[in-house]
Design a protein around this ligand. Structure first.
Ligand SMILES: C[C@H](O)[C@H](O)[C@H]1CNC2=NC(N)=NC(=O)C2=N1
Length: 94
């Protein structure tokens, strides 16, 4: 179920670094690592997690940077599934 604007903003307060992009109705965060190997190792861990959750990131990687957007296509915007995946990704990056 799509989060209301109020609930979404509330959830984002607890997720440092994630912002809402209204153009694509997704939450975004950029991650930086020491080098490509570190960035790709992170992506591998996120990919396994995403597959388990059947909820997948939209992302790009340029050397040591990984840009991630999360949205729920069926719902047409941000749901609790995106918030949960964002929190799990943060835990991996920490
Ligand atoms: C059929 C399958 O459950 C869906 O296509 C899943 C797969 N992964 C997904 N990932 C994300 N981020 N949003 C979705 O709506 C989504 N849908």
């Amino acid at each position: 179920m799509l989060l209301t604007d109020g609930i979404r903003e509330e959830r984002l307060k607890a997720l440092a670094g994630w912002t809402y992009d209204p153009d694509v109705r997704a939450i975004r965060r950029s991650f930086r690592f020491a080098d490509f190997a570190e960035a790709f190792a992170f992506m591998t861990r996120v990919a396994l997690l995403a597959e388990k959750a059947d909820h997948h990131p939209e992302w790009t990687n340029v050397w040591s940077r990984v840009d991630i957007a999360l949205t729920t296509h069926d719902a047409g915007g941000v749901t609790e599934r995106d918030i949960a995946l964002a929190a799990a990704i943060d835990a991996i990056a920490a």
